[in-house]
Every structure is written in structure tokens, then in C-alpha cells.
Design a protein around this ligand. Structure first.
Ligand code: PBG
Length: 327
């Protein structure tokens, strides 16, 4: 029935693409996107990751080329994950100045360092033979405080190699403070900390564990990552990280935790990042390969949702493709 009095008609602003663009409250721009990249020691050609079609483990050489392409496409930053040839109980390769991530960071600092933000994931799970994010006690539990010393040392090695930001992802209590202190003492006062503050124990990390070869050899990460049911706990983790000196706050995964992103963004005045993780990528790629979803549409829609929830920065394996489409 046609109303007999003037009413608001929201469809007026939906009539043409130009109107819809003019009133769009959020957008996704290439500079909002960060590309996660894997670099593996001891391989001579890039290795595809089976559960993440389109993603590879790079050699140092292929990494440089791909990084230059990503920066050319306009992405805002790169985050590096290293896979060492040899793993041990303490993850010795993680802070070795000749370790794969340090070498790759130095390569990228020389290649694209002036034009992008170079970040390094700071954790031990890719480097330990047991696959946990920290050192273990004799009883096989993750030893929080002993792990902090390792993280502090890794942070300094990554900063010395050329990282603009380090991104601690191990969810140890006090990790941001320990890293800030170590960076400052080593003279790296200007290296930022992008803290994975609200990181949930998530099934969505499954494909990443193939990519980074870091599945825990026993147990799971529930004693250090957050339980999926909580959001107040996320706010507490965020507040602690800010007190300890974090510069950017990350929520992870993204799509199943949009409410957490939104609460964090409403609460803090630091930049908020969200990580669209491996399982979010694999899910869409698999459905699209079956012809069940319109791949590009879903990529753009999920990125827009994450921005709408309040993320300033999005880490996504689709960064280059999305930057090219949106740029
Ligand atoms: C830990 C780390 C993980 C991811 C990023 N950093 C894995 C884990 O916590 O098990 C997951 C990223 C993704 O799934 O894309 N170093």
C-alpha cells in the first residue's frame, strides 16, 4: 500500500551504483591490507600449500619477487612466517641471525623496505619440534615465563634484521611487555608491536598448520589461546597489551569473531587489525572451486564486513588480488 504521507524511502539512495558508492560508510582500500607470506629454508622452488590453493611456501628468491608484486599492487604491509630446516625443543632457529626469517627480512628490507610495512610473526611454533608456541616444562606444559625470554630474543633478532613491526602471536601472559623492554634495551625503540591480543583457540587455523608445518605434536593450544565463548576476556587481554606497550591490537580469526572486533574497536584508541585466517580462506576457495559460491563476491563481502565491524587493518591471503580489484 502506498503511504499517503511523505516517508523515508531508503531505496532512493540504492537506485544507482553512483549513489550507493557516494553513501557507502565503509570501504576496503589496498592500503588496509596486509599479506601473510611463508618462507621456507632449504627448498629450491616454491611449494604449493595443498589446503590453501594459490598460497605457497616461498624460497628467499620467490619471496622477494612476490613481495615486490604485492607492494606494486598497493598492499599496505607484509607479514612473514619462517619455516626452518631444523627444529628443536627451544626453537633455536627463531632468533638465529642467520635463521630463515631474519635473512628474508633483510632481503625484503633492501627490496621493498622503503615502500611498505614489514612485519614478522613472533612465535615459536614454527621452530619447535613439538609444535607448541612456547618452551615446555618437564611435565610437558607450556612454560609462560621461560618462553618470554625466548620471545624477547626473537624480537631483537627480527628488529635487527629490518622488521618495522613484530607481531607476537603466542598468547603468553606478559609477552608484549617483555618484548617492548627487550626492544628498547637493544635500541629498537621505534620498532612497533602489533599484538595478537585476542587470539582464539580456533579450528580455522587448520590449513595454516600445513603451510607453516607447525601442528602441535601433542595436545592443543587451549591452555594459552582463548576459548571461543568469551569476549570480556578478549577486552581484558587487549587492555593488558595496551598497558604493556602494544601499538596495534589484533583480533583473530576475523569472520567468526566480528563481535569481538566491534567491541575492541569501540573500546580502544589504537589501530585495530583483524586476521582473516587460513580456514576462512580455504573455506571460500573450496566452495568456489565446486561452483557453490561466487568467489570474488564473497572475498569482497567478507573484507567489507571485517571493516564494517571496525578493523582498520586486515591480514588476508587475498591481499594482492583484492588490492588489484579495489585499487
Ligand atoms: C602462531 C600462528 C598461527 C597463525 C598465525 N600465527 C597458528 C596457530 O596459532 O596455531 C594462524 C594463521 C592462519 O590460520 O592463517 N604462530
Amino acid at each position: 500500500m502506498t503511504p499517503s504521507f511523505p516517508v523515508s524511502r531508503p531505496r532512493r539512495l540504492r537506485r544507482t551504483a553512483a549513489l550507493r558508492r557516494l553513501v557507502a560508510p565503509v570501504s576496503v582500500r589496498p592500503e588496509h591490507l596486509v599479506l601473510p607470506m611463508f618462507v621456507k629454508e632449504g627448498i629450491t622452488a616454491p611449494q604449493p600449500v595443498a589446503s590453501m590453493p594459490g598460497v605457497v611456501q616461498h624460497t628467499r628468491e620467490s619471496l622477494r619477487k612476490a613481495a615486490a608484486e604485492a607492494v606494486g599492487a598497493g598492499v599496505g604491509g607484509l607479514i612473514l612466517f619462517g619455516i626452518p630446516a631444523v627444529k628443536d625443543a627451544r626453537g633455536s632457529a627463531a632468533d638465529d641471525p642467520a635463521g630463515i626469517v631474519q635473512l628474508a627480512l633483510a632481503d625484503l628490507a633492501a627490496e621493498v623496505g622503503g615502500d611498505t610495512v614489514l612485519m614478522a610473526d613472533l612465535c615459536l611454533d614454527e621452530y619447535t619440534d613439538h609444535g607448541h608456541c612456547g618452551l615446555l616444562t618437564a611435565a610437558g606444559e607450556v612454560d609462560n615465563d621461560a618462553t618470554l625470554d625466548r620471545y624477547a630474543s626473537i624480537a631483537v633478532a627480527q628488529a635487527a634484521a629490518g622488521a618495522h613491526a613484530v607481531a607476537p602471536s603466542g598468547m603468553m601472559d606478559g609477552q608484549v611487555g617483555a618484548i617492548r623492554t627487550a626492544l628498547d634495551q637493544a635500541g629498537h625503540t621505534d620498532v612497533a608491536i602489533c599484538a595478537y591480543s585476542a587470539k582464539y583457540a580456533s579450528g580455522f587455523y587448520g590449513p595454516f598448520r600445513d603451510a607453516a608445518e607447525c601442528a602441535p605434536q601433542f595436545g592443543d593450544r587451549s591452555s594459552y589461546q582463548q576459548a571461543p565463548s568469551g569476549s570480556r576476556e578478549a577486552l581484558r587481554e587487549v587492555a593488558l597489551d595496551i598497558e604493556e606497550g602494544a601499538d596495534i591490537i589484533m583480533v583473530k580469526p576475523a569472520l567468526a569473531y566480528l563481535d569481538v572486533i566491534s567491541q575492541v574497536a569501540a573500546t580502544i584508541d589504537l589501530p585495530v587489525a583483524a586476521y582473516q585466517v587460513s580456514g576462512e580462506y580455504a573455506m571460500v576457495e573450496a566452495a568456489a572451486a565446486n561452483g557453490w559460491l561466487d568467489r570474488e563476491r564473497i572475498i569482497d563481502e567478507t573484507l567489507t564486513s571485517i571493516r564494517r565491524a571496525g578493523a582498520d587493518i586486515i591480514l588476508t591471503y587475498w591481499a594482492v588480488e583484492a588490492a588489484r580489484r579495489l585499487g
